[in-house]
Design a protein around this ligand. Structure first.
Ligand code: PMP
Ligand code: GLN
Length: 381
């Protein structure tokens, strides 16, 4: 049996590779993006209560009405936007699934999708699995801002969509209002659809504001906005997310969703409904900013160079130019095996594996984890 090649990515996703290598070598895992601390007890309690109280059967296909209403109310409070929970919100098993489903609901073979690189590694395979072609456009070093002229040059009559991500994985860059306006200028008078990956929307630091596509009246009309509860409530393993899109887009999304997973884990939907109305924990941006600051102060003691501190997300990119001239893939393997700290090579986020000698650290970790990792990294000096 030969299996069809559905996409161009070879091998296993880097997040699986590096987490497995970390485990094999008993290394401190700052590679794959997930917190190593407990979730809020209010949330774990609510999950247990939902299961004990018998909420264990299929939830409605678009998601529990109460959860969709709670999301709409939460966005109204935080962004001042009005969202119709019945016709504009769909609960999904994570954001990765929501991105795939959004692509599948709009793409036909031969379409092109512009992807700003470095990019989360599921985007391009998801585009290709739909018979479409990814058109990569590089973000600009050292701060990974968008060069709008490059995006403009990449648009063709076949461009069906642009996928954007702010706050950005892996760079921690965030868009300002003018980025959104420039995007709007480029797509005006076209049928280009926007997929706005905003999974790190609540992780912005130093008092910065995350601008959501939902706040941009013009762009919102042509956008799927994608979110993950995993990043907000530190429960990445729950794989819970949602898609917000105008009614016609939501209908198209649900036409696919109903035959992919159909519905999403019911007890988790109850627990998330509960926490959205009863969240008393320290806001996640404050928790993560403390971790970023702690990590940045520690990393100064090592030979790594930080070109731009992360403005959002829970990742920090660093250069190892003062340590080695190995390719980044090889460097991260060596660092894991020989020095017991696992990270992600930034080349993994480029379709052409562009190697700028950069690695990505995840700082969503307990203080003692970060301390122990840096203690090992100091020895590189
Ligand atoms: N987009 C980006 C940029 C991410 O980093 C992640 C992290 N996993 C996701 C989407 C997917 O989130 P989820 O775990 O909810 O699928
Ligand atoms: N988004 C997470 C990261 O960038 C990992 C998600 C995954 O493992 N697919 O590390």
């Amino acid at each position: 049996m030969t299996f069809p090649q559905k996409h161009s990515a070879t091998g296993t996703t880097i997040f699986t590779v590096m987490s497995a290598l970390a485990q094999e070598h008993n290394a401190i895992n700052l590679s794959q993006g997930f917190p190593d601390f407990h979730i809020d007890t209010e949330l774990s309690q609510a999950l247990g209560d939902a299961a004990k109280n018998g909420f264990n059967q299929y939830a409605p296909m678009p998601g529990l009405p109460a959860l969709r209403q709670a999301i709409a109310a939460n966005f109204n409070t935080r962004y001042g936007v009005t969202i119709d929970p019945d016709n504009e919100i769909t609960i999904t098993p994570g954001a990765t699934y929501a991105i795939y489903t959004a692509f599948t609901s709009i793409l036909t073979p031969g379409d092109e999708v512009i992807v700003l690189e470095p990019a989360y590694d599921s985007y391009i395979p998801n585009i290709e699995m739909n018979g479409a072609k990814a058109v990569p456009v590089s973000l600009s070093a050292p701060d990974f801002h968008v060069d709008w002229n490059r995006v403009k040059d990449a648009i063709t009559p076949r461009t069906k969509a642009i996928i954007i991500n702010t706050p950005h994985n892996p760079s921690g860059a965030i868009w300002n209002k003018s980025d959104w306006d420039q995007l709007a200028d480029l797509v005006r008078n076209t049928d280009i659809v926007i997929l706005s990956d905003e999974v790190y929307e609540q992780l912005v630091f130093d008092g910065a504001k995350h601008y959501s596509v939902l706040e941009h009246e013009e762009l919102r009309q042509r956008s799927f906005a994608l979110y993950s509860f995993g990043k907000v409530y530190n429960c990445t393993g729950w794989k819970m997310g949602y898609c917000i899109a105008p009614p016609a887009y939501t209908q198209a999304f649900r036409r696919i969703h109903q035959f992919l997973s159909f519905t999403v884990n019911t007890p988790a939907q109850y627990a998330l409904t509960h926490i959205l109305g009863n969240d008393t924990a320290t806001p996640v941006n404050i928790v993560m900013q403390q971790k970023r600051d702690h990590f940045l102060s520690l990393i100064k003691q090592t030979p790594f160079t930080i070109h731009t501190p992360a403005k959002g997300s829970y990742f920090q990119v660093a250069s190892y130019e003062r340590i080695s001239d190995m390719p980044d893939m090889e460097f991260t393997q060596w660092l894991t095996k020989e020095h017991g700290v696992a990270t992600i090579p930034v080349s993994a986020f480029y379709s052409n594996k562009k190697d700028d000698k950069l690695i990505r650290f995840c700082f969503a970790k307990k203080e003692e984890t970060l301390d122990a990792a840096v203690e090992r990294l100091i020895k590189l000096g």
